[in-house]
Ligand binder design. Structure first.
Ligand SMILES: C[S@@+](CC[C@H](N)C(=O)[O-])C[C@H]1O[C@@H](n2cnc3c(N)ncnc32)[C@H](O)[C@@H]1O
Length: 420
């Protein structure tokens, strides 16, 4: 990984005109969409102007209680809404844009990006990542961020990084939304977001930088440099986790933290309402099979804690949350999370399936489209109470003065016991 922030003459990673790749119209419309889906305001996100600001003190308190209950239920068991309220969060207003509005950026777009089956992909290290990076996909990524903020009640991280975290790295930063909001939250920190695609906005807080690079290549940043490294929703991207973890370990300062937030993309069901041959379940198993052909282990979420420990991290601990799919939870926050997550997955049906199935399993685009009709319908089965587990795993680089907690101990910052 290179050392300097992205600019137009970065040689090895040069993406000329990258910053012009989104027109101001597109960026403005995406910024509008972001604010309309902003997460709840909490002590973890003091700078955000959430939708609950206009509420009375009582309404705010009620909403906070619902949000905190959502975090607890998501880690234990989610109550099913059996009343008439079950479908009461409307999904009107979450329609997908049909066409990006960029026109001025078309020329640079063709230089900087690759096109396949009607979708736009990254050009740098072409083919390494099997999902698009066009405006539709970026909107979906930002909705995923909003879902996470609602689920975690506005928490950006669980690692105990203190009020002045210093050098922060966001691996596979995508649209950069987490990095940008972390920059606002920690003005004294320097946040670096790295991605294969130059899709981050130009107007960002002064302490946030973006760089186009491949995190699976050697890193050129100094050893012992970062105070905190973060990666989120990258399980479908990384091929060699032990190698990546050893890069993270080398480049963290002793005592620094690595935090991974990854969803295991297999639907689970706690009450038998989802049959094993349900089309949604079949869809995810097929995507997993296709990604395996492309050397990506889509089940790696389940292995990350062990790999982290084997790589030499200490004080490793994991929290598991359940991300509901659909409107079935009784808790209002989780109902909204379920709506967002189902929207992310339904809007993602084609972009998630297209490259893995065509590149990995040799399907045609038409075969993919026909198969998706049934899966799309199945997502709307309101009697199915399914969820996907979200694993948040943190680990610390050992070093002088770093206290290593014993098996079974619960450190003040962990809430869950250290396993070994
Ligand atoms: C699903 S997106 C997640 C974006 C972001 N982390 C978030 O949570 O909003 C995964 C991102 O990882 C990036 N990526 C995949 N492989 C990468 C690599 N080897 N090096 C850097 N970025 C990579 C992709 O380009 C994509 O933007």
């Amino acid at each position: 990984m290179s050392t300097s922030p992205r600019h137009d003459d970065d040689s090895a990673i040069s993406v000329p005109g990258a910053s012009a790749s989104q027109s101001s119209t597109t960026q403005a419309s995406r910024a509008r969409k972001r604010s309309s889906i902003s997460p709840p305001k909490s002590e973890h996100s003091p700078q955000l102007t959430g939708w609950n600001q206009l509420l009375s003190a009582n309404e705010q308190a009620e909403q906070n209680a619902e949000g905190e209950d959502a975090v607890l239920q998501a880690q234990n068991e989610i109550d099913v809404d059996s009343g008439t309220d079950a479908q009461s969060v409307s999904d009107a207003g979450y329609e997908t844009d049909s066409i990006g509005t960029t026109s001025t950026s078309l020329a640079s777009s063709y230089r900087n990006f690759a096109f396949e089956n009607g979708r736009r992909y990254h050009r740098f290290r072409e083919g390494a990542y099997n999902f698009p990076n066009d405006d539709l996909e970026q909107d979906r990524e930002d909705l995923k961020h909003a879902m996470m903020m609602h689920l975690l009640h506005g928490r950006y991280h669980y690692a105990p990084i203190g009020p002045h975290p210093g050098h922060v790295l966001d691996i596979g930063t995508g649209t950069g939304i987490w990095a940008i909001e972390m920059g606002d939250l920690y003005p004294s920190a320097e946040i670096l977001g790295v991605d294969l695609s130059p899709i981050q906005p130009e107007w960002v807080p002064p302490n946030v930088k973006f760089m186009v690079d491949d995190v699976e290549s050697p890193w050129l940043k100094p050893l012992n440099y970062f105070d905190y490294v973060h990666s989120r929703h990258t399980v479908m991207a990384i091929r060699d986790w032990p190698k990546l973890m050893s890069s993270v370990l080398d480049h963290l300062k002793p005592g620094g933290w690595y935090e991974m937030q990854e969803i295991h993309h297999i639907p689970y069901c706690h009450d038998g309402t989802m049959p094993p041959d349900h089309p949604v379940s079949q869809y995810w198993h097929l995507i997993t099979e296709a990604l395996a052909k492309l050397n990506v282990n889509f089940n790696a979420t389940l292995l990350l804690e062990g790999i982290m420990r084997d790589s030499g991290f200490v004080n490793v601990h994991t929290r598991i949350f359940h991300v509901p799919i659909g409107l079935w939870p009784r808790n209002k926050v989780l109902k909204k999370v379920g709506l967002y997550w189902r929207t992310v997955l339904v809007d993602g049906l084609e972009p998630i399936a297209l490259a893995p199935l065509t590149r990995g399993l040799g399907w045609s685009k038409e075969q993919v489209e026909v198969w998706l009709i049934e899966v799309r319908k199945a997502y709307m089965d309101s009697w199915v109470h399914s969820h996907m587990p979200l694993y948040i795993t943190c680990g610390q680089k050992p070093g002088p003065g770093v206290h290593v907690y014993r098996t079974g101990e619960i450190p003040p910052w962990a809430d869950v016991p250290i396993v070994s």
